[in-house]
Design a protein around this ligand. Structure first.
Ligand SMILES: [Fe+2]
Length: 156
């Protein structure tokens, strides 16, 4: 049998699981970046950004669960250790950032990296006729593009 129980090509689905794990690892770094920013932010935008980062990490937490459970649905194994996340992720790690502009720039660059990985997954999911992963990536991309626009407007 070259197909999974879902009727998808086994090889392509394995590749998708690998790439979704890459996305998962990147989301975890992004999430942890946002926690750090939420805690360490200082200055006149404190109240505004402290809340914004909380909103973003809460959203990231939901997406992390969706990605991990999509991997399981595709019969893969979601990565779950910090060790694996650090080895796999390409999102920049932010440390002790308290400056507002620097903080928002880190979020924008993290989102750019997430978008890059998601677009790659979208292409692969399309070629595998994997509509479940496809629509998940479409939703993520639409939301993150809008968030990027808003953060860019804040930075302008
Ligand atoms: Fe808090």
């Amino acid at each position: 049998m070259n197909n999974t129980i879902l009727g998808l090509d086994k090889k392509k689905v394995e590749q998708l699981s690998t790439e979704l794990n890459e996305l998962l690892a990147n989301f975890q770094i992004y999430y942890q970046n946002l926690r750090g920013l939420h805690w360490n932010i200082k200055g006149k935008s404190f109240f505004e950004l402290h809340l914004k980062f909380e909103e973003l990490y809460t959203d990231a937490q939901e997406k992390i669960d969706l990605v991990a459970e999509r991997i399981l649905t595709l019969e893969g194994k979601p990565l779950h250790t910090f060790e694996d996340y650090l080895k796999t992720a390409s999102v920049p790690v932010g440390k002790n950032i308290s400056n507002d502009k620097e903080a928002v720039e880190l979020v924008v660059s993290s989102l750019a990296e997430l978008l890059r990985v998601e677009r790659r997954i979208l292409t692969l999911a399309s070629s595998a006729d994997d509509e479940g992963t496809n629509s998940m990536m479409s939703d993520f991309i639409t939301e993150q593009e809008k968030t990027t626009w808003m953060l860019k407007s804040w930075l302008a």
